[in-house]
Design a protein around this ligand. Structure first.
Ligand code: CS2
Length: 476
């Protein structure tokens, strides 16, 4: 399939908007429903679907989360948008056509209709790590305010759920009622064992409303685990201008991403799936080593840079990595992570030294302005996946885990210094920061992992590590 709207022999024209009538592949029927229409979905799952050999059979209906804006902008251009692959040496442009319907997430009726449709085979999710509302025990937090509100709505049978979980549960109830059978839910958020997390969250939410539905979901719906990877900063006005300048048409929804991308999946697709392997996706039996490699080495370093880097006055990943103090902290964390990845079964396939070298190159791509403030969000959830397992493994091996602990200590210092902390636990974080000394450390740690908070040696270690990045590297 041609992926270029304007080939070299078609001179670029100043289109008022992207226009599907010029699109060679036409419009595929909806067989995938997505929750979380954002930049990452468009640079990753939609991009893989677009490149699949059977793309003409697999259209995506993509729903936004809290706001309708992204759907409105994309619907204006009939779902078409440009992926700008931004390498050190320059940009390349692909017009992606796999999203055939862009819908406001609040349109739960449309969501339920599409999820219940016989043709729908796959539901993909990029709803953010925090949206699963799963506590440190791995189960749905039924006391979270928005979960409580959505459960009341579901029980009353009127009103529109506001959480992605509530919306999905309602849509799955419609599928059950329609008798259209099994499908696969594919979690594409950065969580360890994300298929199980999605299962626990969805079945937990359904069970609190209707036990029969929970049992049906448990026995019918396949929850696929994945490891997803492609650095995708938020789109800026400058990106819109870059597309216009280079391609000669106006796109109000382009997405900029690094050239690298990776997708590892594990699980069943009872109603079929696109041939994502044509675009490089890999299907494995045991996803855990890949997942840990990505979550610890890439996302772990990201979080460390987000907190340490901002404390030292940096604003992007590339700037923070160029600071020797931050770079040393990342390398030390990677040493600890690597020590615990290397023992895993199949670790040789992980090629960790090459993966680390590639990460340094990817993070140093200064043409990708990946803002640390974006990565810093939802720290209490992210640290559970990125720092805690390495810290626990190091301590179980009789070592201090100081480099993993430093990531958590940097988050604590950042959470006290930042003007605004975006986190589902923001109120508890602010409360903990009003304490001091070991009490503060313990209260903050309790929000990330209660078991660690109960370990006085860990609390002492964190107390020593707080303040490590107090010295700014650059004058404000
Ligand atoms: C980042 C990720 O914002 C974050 O927390 O660590 O979004 C990261 O850029 C992606 O996982 C890369 O694949």
């Amino acid at each position: 399939m041609s992926t270029e709207l304007h080939s070299a022999d078609t001179p670029a024209v100043d289109l008022p908007r992207l226009n599907r009538s010029l699109w060679p592949a036409g419009k595929a029927p909806v067989r995938i429903v997505h929750l979380g229409l954002g930049a990452f979905h468009r640079s990753h799952q939609a991009w893989y679907t677009h490149q699949a050999g059977d793309a003409a059979d697999w259209g995506i209906a993509s729903f936004t989360g809290r706001r309708p804006d992204a759907a409105l902008a994309l619907a204006e251009q009939d779902g078409l948008y440009t992926v700008v692959e931004r390498a050190d040496g320059g940009d390349s442009f692909t017009v992606v056509g796999s999203i055939v319907e862009a819908v406001d997430g609040a349109d739960v009726q449309r969501l339920a209709g599409l999820v219940a449709a016989p043709a729908t085979a796959v539901v993909t999710l990029t709803i953010t790590e925090a949206a699963y509302r799963v506590g440190a025990d791995g189960q749905l937090d039924r006391t979270a305010a928005d979960v409580v509100a959505d459960l009341a709505l579901l029980e009353s049978g009127s009103g529109t759920p506001t959480t992605p979980l509530g919306r999905l549960v309602l849509a799955l109830a419609a599928r059950r009622a329609a008798g259209t059978g099994p499908l696969a839910v594919v979690c594409c958020d950065n969580l360890s064992n994300n298929g199980t997390v999605a299962h626990n969250a969805v079945v937990g939410m359904a069970g609190a409303w209707d036990q029969g539905l929970a049992e049906w979901i448990d026995g019918t719906i396949s929850f696929v685990s994945t490891s997803v990877d492609r650095i995708t900063p938020r789109t800026t006005e400058a990106d819109l201008a870059a597309v216009r300048a280079a391609r000669g048409y106006r796109d109000n929804s382009p997405v900029v991403a690094e050239p690298f991308s990776n997708w590892v999946l594990s699980g069943d697709f009872p109603a079929g799936r696109p041939r994502w392997e044509d675009a490089g996706a890999v299907f494995v039996d045991d996803i855990e080593p890949y997942e840990n490699r990505k979550l610890w080495l890439l996302n772990g370093a990201h979080s460390l840079l987000a907190y340490a880097g901002q404390l030292r006055g940096h604003s992007t990943v590339a700037q923070a990595l160029a600071d020797p103090v931050c770079r040393r902290a990342v390398e030390a964390f990677w040493d600890e992570a690597e020590a615990n990845l290397s023992g895993a079964e199949g670790a040789a396939d992980l090629q960790i030294p090459a993966y680390r070298a590639a990460l340094l190159a990817r993070f140093s791509n200064a043409r990708i302005a990946h803002h640390l403030a974006q990565i810093a969000m939802d720290g209490s959830t992210k640290l559970r996946m990125r720092a805690v397992p390495v810290l626990q493994a190091e301590r179980a091996a009789g070592r201090s885990g100081a480099a993993a602990a430093l990531m958590i200590a940097a988050w604590m210092d950042y959470s006290a210094a930042a003007a605004e902390v975006q986190d589902p636990l923001a109120a508890d974080i602010a409360k903990a920061n009003r304490l001091s000394g070991a009490e503060r450390i313990q209260a903050l740690l309790d929000l990330v992992d209660p078991a660690l908070a109960g370990d006085t040696a860990v609390v002492d270690l964190m107390e020593d590590l707080c303040g490590t990045f107090a010295e700014p590297a650059v004058s404000p």
